[in-house]
Ligand binder design. Structure first.
Ligand SMILES: C=CC1=C(C)c2cc3[nH]c(cc4nc(cc5[nH]c(cc1n2)c(C)c5CCC(=O)O)C(CCC(=O)O)=C4C)c(C)c3C=C
Ligand SMILES: [Fe+2]
Ligand SMILES: [Fe+2]
Length: 344
C-alpha cells in the first residue's frame, strides 16, 4: 500500500465579491453539523434570512484582511502544506471543508500519485462537531462513492499533545518577548452550547458549569469546551503563568442561541472598564490566521479595547507555517507512515 496525508482546513470564499461570499456561506451554514437544526428550519434560517443580509457584511470584513495572493487562511494553509510536503517521506495534499480546493480534489490528487492509504488530518487542535466531525463524515462519504479501495486513518484532536503545547507555548513567548502586558486572553472560536451536549457520548457529563470540564470523563474526547480549557491549562503550566494573569473566552457567535461563554468581545470590554491598559490575546483554536483572528480580534477587538480606555493590544499570530510547527506536523505524518503511534 502507498501512503499519503490530506491536511484539511475550514476554507474561505473564492474572492471578496459578495456573490462568492454568499456561495461559501451557503455551503458552510447549510452543513447540518454547523447549523444543527432540521433541514427545513436550516433552509429557512440560512437561505431565508442569513444569506440575505450577512454576505455583504462578511464581504466587507474579508476585504479588510484579503491579501494579493488571496484569502490569508488559504494562502497560509498552502504554505504549510508545501513546507510539510518537502520534509515528509509521503505526499501531502491540502483540502478545505468548504469552497476550494475541496476534499474530493485532495483525495483525487493523492490517488493520482498512487496513494491508497490516506491520513485525514483535520487542522483543528480541539474537536468540534462543526469542524473535525464534519470533515471526517464528508471524507468517508467521498471515499465510499469515489475511492472505495482507499483506506483512511484520521488524526484525533491534538489539544493536549505535548508537541502542540510546546510549539504553541514557544510561539507565545517569542511573540510576547519584550511586550509588557497585564493579562493574556486565550480566545477560542465559540460553538452553541447545544453542540457540547450533542457531542457528549455519556449523555450526562457536560453540564457547561464550573466543574464538568475539570472532572475526568470519557466525554472529554469529544468535548470542545474541555479541550479549550485543557489547552489553556497546559500552555499556562508550560509558560509558568501566574493565576489570574490569563483567562479563556469564546468569540465569533452567530444567532440568538446561547454560545459558550464568556464572550471575547464582552471580556475585552470588561477588562478595559476595569482599568486594564495592556492586553495580549492568543487564538489557539485556529492554526492559520483567518478572518476571525485578523479582523474580529486584531481589528475589532483592538477597537473595543481602545474605546474603553485600553492602550496596548497585542495579538499573537497563529502557528501558520512556523518552522517548528512544520517540523512537528511533518514528524507526526512520518511516524504514521512508518506505523509508529502519533501519541507522544
Ligand atoms: C476553529 C474552529 C471553528 C469552529 C468550532 C467554528 C464553528 C462555527 N462557525 C460558525 C459560523 C461562521 N464561522 C465563520 C468563519 C470561520 N470559522 C472558523 C472556524 C471555526 N468555526 C474559521 C477558521 C473561520 C474563518 C474563515 C476564513 O475564511 O478566514 C463565518 C464566516 C465569516 C463571518 O461571516 O463571520 C461564519 C458565518 C458557526 C455557525 C459555527 C458553529 C458551531
Ligand atoms: Fe465539560
Ligand atoms: Fe466559524
Amino acid at each position: 500500500m502507498s501512503k499519503g496525508a490530506l491536511l484539511v482546513n475550514l476554507g474561505s470564499p473564492d474572492s471578496t465579491d459578495p456573490k462568492d461570499v454568499k456561495k461559501y456561506l451557503g455551503e458552510f451554514l447549510m452543513d447540518e453539523r454547523v447549523i444543527d437544526v432540521p433541514y427545513w428550519a436550516r433552509t429557512l434560517l440560512v437561505k431565508g434570512i442569513i444569506l440575505n443580509t450577512r454576505p455583504k457584511k462578511s464581504a466587507e470584513a474579508y476585504q479588510k484582511i484579503w491579501w494579493d495572493e488571496g484569502s490569508p487562511l488559504i494562502v497560509l494553509s498552502e504554505r504549510l502544506q508545501s513546507k510539510i510536503d518537502k520534509i515528509t517521506s509521503v505526499p501531502v495534499a491540502l483540502a478545505m471543508r468548504y469552497g476550494s480546493p475541496n476534499i474530493l480534489s485532495g483525495l483525487q490528487e493523492l490517488h493520482d500519485k498512487g496513494v491508497d492509504e490516506v491520513l485525514i488530518f483535520p487542522l483543528y487542535p480541539q474537536f468540534a462537531m462543526a469542524t473535525t466531525e464534519t470533515i471526517l463524515v464528508l471524507a468517508e462519504e467521498l471515499r465510499k462513492e469515489h475511492f472505495p479501495e482507499m483506506k483512511f486513518t484520521s488524526v484525533p484532536a491534538f489539544y493536549n499533545h505535548p508537541d502542540y503545547i510546546r510549539t504553541l507555548a514557544n510561539s507565545i513567548s517569542e511573540e510576547l518577548k519584550g511586550v509588557d502586558f497585564e493579562h493574556l486572553l486565550f480566545s477560542y472560536h465559540g460553538v452553541p452550547e447545544r453542540h457540547i451536549r450533542k457531542s457528549d457520548i455519556t449523555n450526562s457529563h457536560c453540564k457547561i458549569d464550573g466543574s464538568c470540564c475539570k472532572t475526568a470523563s470519557t466525554a472529554h474526547q469529544f468535548c470542545y469546551r474541555h479541550q479549550c480549557y485543557e489547552t489553556t491549562r497546559l500552555v499556562a503550566e508550560y509558560l509558568e503563568l501566574k493565576e489570574n494573569t490569563y483567562s479563556v473566552s469564546f468569540q465569533s457567535r452567530l444567532g440568538f442561541d446561547p454560545w459558550l461563554q464568556p464572550y471575547t468581545d464582552r471580556t475585552i470590554e470588561r477588562f478595559g472598564n476595569q482599568g486594564m491598559k495592556k492586553l495580549a490575546i492568543v487564538t489557539p483554536a485556529f492554526v492559520s490566521d483567518c478572518l476571525e483572528t485578523l479582523e474580529e480580534i486584531a481589528m475589532e477587538g483592538e477597537e473595543i479595547f481602545h474605546e474603553v480606555g485600553g492602550k496596548e493590544f497585542t495579538v499573537v499570530p497563529c502557528l501558520n507555517d512556523r518552522h517548528d510547527w512544520v517540523n512537528v506536523l511533518g514528524r507526526w505524518i512520518d511516524e504514521w507512515a512508518y506505523q509508529k503511534p502519533v501519541e507522544a
